[in-house]
Design a protein around this ligand. Structure first.
Ligand SMILES: C[S@@+](CC[C@H](N)C(=O)[O-])C[C@H]1O[C@@H](n2cnc3c(N)ncnc32)[C@H](O)[C@@H]1O
Length: 290
């Protein structure tokens, strides 16, 4: 599937964006590893990485499941992200990663075929009315006792910079409008997931993680690149005015020089949904077999 189809990833697939996802992954890596452990993902498992992008977590999952396990990495971007991941997989000689180009609005797997499903920062880009049906399909893919681990932003407006910057609220709104696109995505889908997982009979455990980052730290590059590189593209798409962008970047420049500055990220809702070991799932019979 090409990256120019309807409801594409709104931040695009240029090299800088794929590299930015790498910075983002490194910033959240410790929390992400703890999340994978809470979900119980382990050696020998067959796991799915939904919306894997260039595959930073896919490679962590491949290491976790080891040579006897398997990771199915799925993304709609067959032009840049999946080929990039495939090159890394080939270069590392990994035999336990299978890449697939597919739209999660339709993607399906056989009933009770996997030991776990992972997805991060992807359901926020799906039209919201496609998320519930996807969760129902995920529940059917899970073997009894297996879990899905889904991490998505919630309460986007909690992003703050201390000392306060005058224009950050407008920036957060513009980022939300961009992430939502014009296809009904919900950038705060993290808030909705606990209810959706409960409705399909999964046992739900919640965690919330956020980041407080200071200038000069190794993590600072992530918010710095986010603002300097991504925000100008929001002007091009009409989600932000040039005036607000220049005023905010002038404020940001001052904050970058101030050791008292703290950037506080939007929180991420980490939801583990575990299929009960014994019980039957509702609508079990309707899963596709592919
Ligand atoms: C912000 S990136 C996150 C990548 C990765 N999950 C991570 O945590 O670094 C979002 C990814 O979701 C993918 N995506 C968005 N909508 C999708 C859909 N409907 N089907 C498949 N992939 C989708 C995009 O192509 C993009 O690679």
């Amino acid at each position: 599937m090409s990256s120019t189809d309807a409801d594409p990833y709104p931040f695009g697939y240029r090299d800088e964006e794929l590299e930015r996802l790498g910075d983002q992954h490194r910033v959240w890596q410790e929390e992400n590893q703890a999340f994978l452990s809470r979900a119980g993902f382990k050696a020998g498992d067959t796991l799915v990485d939904l919306g894997c992008g260039p595959g930073f977590t896919t490679l962590d999952l491949a290491q976790r499941v080891g040579p006897k396990g398997r990771v199915i990495a799925v993304d709609r971007d067959g032009e840049r992200s999946i080929p990039r991941l495939q090159r890394l997989v080939d270069a590392a000689g990994l035999r336990n990663v299978e890449t697939r180009v597919a739209d999660l609005g339709r993607f399906d797997l056989p009933l009770e075929s996997v030991d776990g499903v992972y997805g991060r920062w992807v359901l926020m880009y799906l039209p919201e009315d496609k998320v519930g049906p996807l969760i129902a399909r995920i529940a059917r893919w899970l073997k009894p006792g297996a879990a899905c681990a889904l991490a998505e932003f919630c309460n986007y407006r909690h992003i703050t910079v201390h000392p306060r910057t005058e224009h950050l609220d407008l920036i957060a709104e513009a980022l939300m409008r961009t992430a939502a696109g014009d296809h009904g995505g919900n950038p705060e889908i993290g808030n909705v997931l606990p209810g959706l997982l409960g409705q399909v009979g999964l046992d739900v455990e919640l965690g919330v993680v956020a980041k407080a980052i200071r200038p000069g730290s190794s993590e600072w590059r992530w918010p710095d690149v986010l603002f300097r590189q991504l925000l100008p593209t929001l002007v091009d798409t009409g989600h932000l005015t040039r005036e607000v962008l220049s005023s905010f970047l002038a404020e940001w420049e001052v904050r970058c020089q101030d050791p008292a500055t703290v950037f506080f990220s939007s929180p991420v809702m980490e939801v583990v949904g575990r299929r009960p070991a014994e019980e039957e799932l509702p609508n079990k019979g309707s899963s596709l077999t592919v």
